[in-house]
Design a protein around this ligand. Structure first.
Ligand code: HEC
Ligand code: HEC
Ligand code: HEC
Length: 211
């Protein structure tokens, strides 16, 4: 069979050219099918993007906060992910906006020379809501400031489909005494208090989600 093939090649150059053309076409077709599959993976998270923005435009333009409910509705409130939404929703961070209405908040505001309502003061909102201090063009309609400090305050990457794990320096942007005094910050200890790990058996998929 193979001998036959080479005989044909030897005797007929036209056929050889034909066979090579078919082979190259196949390589090109397979390659394009594979890159379409990669694109399909990106597209899964594309629905998060503000309307009319493709992922590639979004990469270069500014970030739009989608809010905790969106994170929950897509991936983060099921067994596989360890019900992270429920954990975060019941953590002190999710009360960060609400406590700005407390008496203690009024005292802190007074000491910091903030005359307006702390829930409306950019001085306080900077650390007490996700994306605090930014104007409304930075948020999609699903974002709510009542939710306080949410997923995107700690995991937001440069653009919306990119996430990352925070380090101590990311926490210290808020956990510092610049406006009012606070407890000593020990990174490991504080991380343990807000832990929302994924069940061990499911760790394999982490790389895909976080890369
Ligand atoms: C630099 C970031 C930052 C700014 C600005 C900020 N806070 Fe806070 N606030 C925090 C952090 C972090 C905590 C949690 C601190 C802790 O318990 O260690 C906190 C906690 C609080 C608490 C709860 C305190 C307690 O001891 O239970 C109140 C109330 C509060 N802040 C009010 C305010 C008010 C009012 C403003 C504006 C005048 C403000 N914060 C500005 C970061 C900030
Ligand atoms: C106050 C900051 C903070 C907030 C808010 C926050 N996270 Fe995290 N998240 C962390 C830290 C810290 C880790 C652990 C990082 C490490 O292990 O190095 C983590 C880990 C994770 C991981 C990896 C866990 C694992 O074990 O595989 C995922 C996924 C994640 N967070 C999702 C979320 C989601 C979804 C929300 C909102 C519902 C959220 N996070 C809110 C700080 C935060
Ligand atoms: C965007 C600002 C912001 C970031 C970033 C942030 N925090 Fe907080 N954190 C707060 C505020 C505000 C509170 C107070 C909320 C309340 O008392 O309701 C708080 C409270 C806490 C508390 C409960 C109070 C305490 O001190 O024991 C822990 C634990 C905590 N944060 C850990 C972390 C860790 C760990 C990180 C980084 C992975 C982090 N935070 C990043 C704003 C932030």
């Amino acid at each position: 069979m193979l001998n036959n093939f080479f005989n044909i090649v030897k005797t007929n150059k036209k056929i050889a050219v034909f066979v090579l053309t078919i082979a190259f076409s196949l390589i090109i077709i397979i390659d394009s099918v594979q890159s379409n599959q990669t694109y399909a993976i990106f597209e899964k998270s594309d629905f998060l993007l503000p309307e009319g923005k493709s992922r590639f435009v979004q990469e270069k333009s500014k970030y739009h906060y989608v809010g905790i409910e969106k994170c929950a509705s897509i991936c983060h409130n099921n067994e596989e992910m360890g019900f992270q939404y429920n954990i975060v929703k019941n953590s002190p961070h999710s009360k960060a906006f609400k406590i700005l209405a407390s008496e203690r908040a009024m005292r802190y505001a007074k000491n910091a020379n903030v005359k307006e309502n702390p829930q409306e003061s950019s001085v306080c909102l900077k650390c007490h809501v996700t994306g605090g201090g930014l104007d409304s063009s930075s948020f999609t309609s699903t974002y709510k400031k009542d939710d306080g400090i949410t997923c995107e305050a700690c995991h937001k990457g440069e653009y919306i489909t990119k996430t990352f794990l925070p380090k101590e320096i990311d926490c210290l942007k808020c956990h510092n005494d610049s406006v009012h005094k606070m407890h000593k910050f020990d990174f490991n200890d504080k991380c343990a208090k807000i832990a929302h790990p994924r069940p061990k058996a499911k760790q394999k998929t982490l790389i895909r989600v976080l890369s």
